[in-house]
Write a new protein. Structure first.
Length: 265
């Protein structure tokens, strides 16, 4: 509720009131939210929505109220504002994680795409002393950061510092294991910091398909984008005339046939 005193000419209507509010409070208002203007009705001693055709004809009290609505995330990706997060793709998980071979192949393809497009890559390994390093099939050449961790989320102080060094970061492309633990906790922390998160469904898995399915469903409801590796790579090049399009296209063509993991989303 905004209470700064102001004056609006008699005969002014709804549009002028909105303009006045914006001139006074524009720097405090999230313009992605929707608002309603309400008038204090003396006879009922409460605020009511402004009636249609309202005109100011005497001194009155009005307020601007944000509506509690969810705004759709568009999910546009550009290489200059994107970072890839590769989460815990480690040797000891190989026998336990469903479709692990498939997500290794897709993860490697994503990292190749990141190198071609100049996208920074941040990699974590969960307690590598006990669980081993990242699998040898995944080439970490050129990764900005490869960090051990014990926390489930990838959002470590070193990761936050690395992100702060990259100008204009808006979107995180996240993949790895496990979907319902490290991926989920990382995604929720990232959106809590105002970043847009894209989870690559064909590059993330869990020991249980039940856990994976409900994690992806929960995350999608929070505004996180659940997508695929091909959609990510083609969205990043955006145009057949992109200088790296042919190389990205060759990466996609070389991919293995669909394993059935996406049918478990």
């Amino acid at each position: 509720v905004f209470a700064r005193p102001s004056s609006v000419p008699h005969g002014a209507g709804y549009e002028l009131l909105i303009q006045k509010f914006l001139s006074l409070y524009g720097d405090q208002i999230d313009m992605h939210r929707k608002f309603v203007v309400q008038l204090f009705a003396e006879e009922w001693s409460q605020y009511i929505d402004l009636p249609k055709g309202f005109l100011v004809n005497e001194r009155c009290k009005v307020r601007l109220v944000p509506l509690q609505i969810q705004i759709t995330t568009l999910g546009n990706l550009t290489p200059s504002s994107t970072v890839f997060f590769c989460c815990d793709m480690q040797e000891r998980f190989r026998p336990a994680i469903k479709y692990f071979g498939d997500i290794i192949s897709v993860g490697q393809r994503l990292l190749q795409g990141a190198r071609l497009l100049g996208i920074p890559v941040i990699v974590t390994e969960q307690y590598p002393k006990g669980l081993g390093s990242t699998v040898q099939e995944i080439d970490l050449t050129g990764a900005k950061l490869v960090l051990p961790k014990t926390k489930f989320s990838m959002v470590l102080p070193e990761v936050e510092a690395a992100l702060a060094e990259i100008p204009g970061v808006r979107s995180i492309v996240l993949f790895g294991v496990e979907t319902h633990v490290c991926i989920q906790q990382t995604a929720l922390e990232l959106i809590g910091r105002g970043l847009e998160v894209h989870i690559v469904a064909d590059a993330t898995s869990s020991r249980s398909m039940m856990d994976r399915m409900f994690a992806l469903e929960r995350l999608a409801r929070t505004g996180i984008i659940v997508t695929t590796s091909e959609a990510i790579l083609l969205q990043l090049v955006a145009d057949k005339e992109h200088p790296k399009f042919k190389e990205i296209q060759n990466l996609i063509k070389a991919s293995a046939p669909e394993s059935g993991l996406l049918s478990k989303v």
